[in-house]
Design a protein around this ligand. Structure first.
Ligand code: PAF
Length: 281
């Protein structure tokens, strides 16, 4: 698997691909790749002539008390997964290749980033938007692939690309789950056996909430309460938020009569997990 660690080299490679008329897909990741990432790479490989997987734990999107130092990393494992999936290059820069000493330009957003995860992670989306703007400028992809598990990120990046006229298409891909329903996440590796079992309350409560809506409930507060109560009954769970918002505009909703996102963030022990569903009316 070819691993490129500097901007100049990846730019030159992409330039040659484009000169040959080839299309380029980008799968932005922070590494420690799992089946969820693989589904994005598979789709990118199916839809593009060349695929770059960026593998960069972006320091700018972690708050001071978050898990930047301990975030799991395994380039060898990532490389094997990318090779098997048919990706062409891993872009794996060191932080100082992306952010030189006098780095001082940021991409931020007034809407979409203040609610949901933005409430408890105030600098997170500025870091995400900034690194993605850089990756889009460096790799110049035709398409970039994002999982729906981080639905707010998907809405934010789609909006940013539109606002700033980036010349690429954002492709949202479905959540990939373990057999028992837990959404795949690199952070699942932090869970103890007991916490792993407790974490099932996220997908179970969402499944029940979704069924409630599908059976005709349109009162958002009632659906939120049912999810909230189910999660609260799990002793190892501490709720960050349970919300129903309009999709993809992420505004508060009282009545469920148009497209919505139901999103939750829950601490299981010290591990913060997110999950969601989208209903299109
Ligand atoms: O979803 C992620 O892994 C990250 O937020 C992303 C999109 C790679 C930006 O660092």
């Amino acid at each position: 698997m070819k691993i490129v660690d500097n901007v100049k080299e990846i730019r030159n490679i992409v330039k040659e691909w484009k000169a040959d008329g080839l299309t380029v897909g980008l799968v932005p990741t922070m590494g420690y790749l799992h089946e969820g990432h693989k589904s994005l790479i598979d789709r990118a490989v199916a839809e593009n002539d060349r695929v770059v997987v960026s593998d960069f734990v972006n320091p700018m999107q972690f708050g001071p008390k978050e898990d930047l130092a301990t975030y799991p990393r395994d380039l060898e494992m990532d490389s094997a997964l990318c090779e098997a999936a048919g990706a062409h290059i891993i872009f794996h820069p060191e932080p100082d290749e992306m952010y030189h000493d006098d780095f001082s330009s940021f991409v931020d957003m007034n809407t979409l980033t203040s609610g949901l995860c933005g409430k408890t992670r105030p600098i997170h989306f500025r870091g995400v938007c900034t690194v993605l703007a850089k990756l889009f400028n460096i790799v110049q992809p035709d398409k970039a692939y994002f999982g729906q598990k981080d639905a707010q990120q998907l809405a934010v990046v789609t909006h940013m690309v539109n606002d700033l006229n980036f010349n690429l298409e954002i492709i949202g891909c479905p959540i990939i789950r373990e057999k028992d329903g837990l959404a795949k996440s690199s952070r699942n590796t932090y869970l103890s056996v007991e916490e792993r079992q407790a974490a099932l309350v996220l997908s179970k409560s969402l499944k029940n909430g979704k069924a409630l809506i599908e059976s005709g409930e349109t009162n958002a507060k009632k659906v939120i309460k049912s999810i909230y109560d189910e999660i609260s009954a799990e002793p190892l769970a501490k709720i960050d938020y349970v919300e129903i918002v309009s999709w993809p505009t992420l505004e508060e909703v009282d009545t469920i009569d148009s497209d919505i996102l139901c999103a939750i963030a829950v601490y299981i022990g010290k591990v913060r997990l997110i999950d969601n569903f989208i209903i299109k009316k």
